[in-house]
Design a protein around this ligand. Sequence first.
Ligand code: 1GP
Length: 239
Amino acid sequence: MKSSEFPSGKSVALLLDPDKATGKSLDSLLEVACEAKADYIFTGGSLTFRSIDVLIDYVKQRCSIPVVLFPGNLLQLTGKADIILLLSLISGRNPDLLIGNHVIAAPFLSGLREKLVPTGYILINCGNKTSVEYISQTEAIPSDKPDIVVATALAGEMLGLRMIYLEAGSGALMHVPSEIIKEVRENISLPLAVGGGIRNSENARDIFRAGADMLVIGNGCEKNPQLLRDVCLVRDSLR
Ligand code: 1GP
């Protein structure tokens, strides 16, 4: 698939954590993802113990859903994914996550340019300190400061990034507030991905209606694969 076609329309991504996505639970999640026609399978994590390459190989043997690398750090880079999110953590002020790691990764990524989607990654504090905030050593934007989120997303667009990703963090107590998504949507024209804390189909409907193009769901689907089916149905009803 071409990175210029990513993401296409309202879409749903299942996030697989290489440490948790194993055995029978992985098989049944993949079965549901195929049946429900999930659009993408994301993989990556703030901190991973198991191999992402092994997981991608396994997923590719079992289904044809495009795999998107959502790298938590340089060690997770791989050419096996169909799409690679080139993340810049623009809500933070950690220079490594704004440019340092990109410089280190550039020689490796230069042969994979057609897979890259430069993405402005924006952390929003949705009630608890998440792993991504701790591991990145950055501060998330408070959820009652939509103006800061909008200005950050606008800056990302002006810098030429190709997607904005609003992240509450894996296992967040609540998802990114719809009001924030709406305001960002009204101010930028880039594709908008939203993830973290999505636990039911009402959450999904609210987030899509607020203007998100792509929803990314991890924990909720691991605990209850039916959630993936329900969210895909919401997507279908809005397409
Ligand atoms: C992807 O971090 C999220 O952006 C995934 O969060 O595990 O809470 O769905 P959940």
